[in-house]
Design a protein around this ligand. Sequence first.
Ligand code: 5FU
Length: 260
Amino acid sequence: DRASISFEKRAELATNQVAKQLFEIIALKKTNLCISVDLTSTAKILDLLEKVGEHVCLVKTHVDIIEDFNSDFVIQIKQLSKRLNFLILEDRKYADIGNTVSLQYLNGLYKIGEWADCVTVHSLPGEGILKALNGSTNGVSRGVFLLAEMSSEGNLITPDYTKATVEMAAKYPDLITGFVCQNKDTFKDPGLIQLTPGVQLETSGDSLGQIYNTPEKVILDKGADIAVVGRGIVAAKSPETQAVVYKNALWKCYQKRISG
Ligand code: 5FU
């Protein structure tokens, strides 16, 4: 099963170029930690990434919460991503008809397609949404993480919806980087990445329905390849120290997992 295969080997099995790059970065930097930088000022985001960027493989953004978004921010985060060797995932969770999503992806204030290596997408509207994001902008490969499950309490995703989402993804091997999901049985393809949010050491949830699991639980029981940590790091007294704590805990679990 995919969870027992090394990230090096899985890089060779990936059909989406972003998935391949991500597997390679994970193996090289020995980190399967994704930081969710849910901050509302560009200075705070860049300052945080300067400190934690070397410890993560992926940086997840929500650009529409930033108060002072501007083109210089894009230049700077791209420079950081090159220097510290991480990819950028914009967690936009597109969920409209293909034509609208294509406009949202390439236009408006954020022009996400120009700078995000990959984006999150809901399967809800059907395949047109994947046709709209056809896998490259300006000749650079792009990727999609499809939402197959969510971490929040009472979400309306059913097992049938999850299964149909995985089947939809199989038709777009060049585009799909992986799934945002919560369980190891959700998909089998070792060339795809399981990205799992809802990870924290301190607490089991928040007041708005988020559900947390520990690094051990998500990597060893739930099959996560990359764990997404937001407030567990961002709200810590020393985000840098805490990033190292999560990085080491997650990596230890991965090593245990592949050693059988
Ligand atoms: F698709 C999902 C999901 O199922 N749960 C999530 O929590 C995405 N997320 C995102 O991960 C959410 O939008 C936050 O940006 C992040 C989790 O942040 P936290 O501070 O670790 O709870």
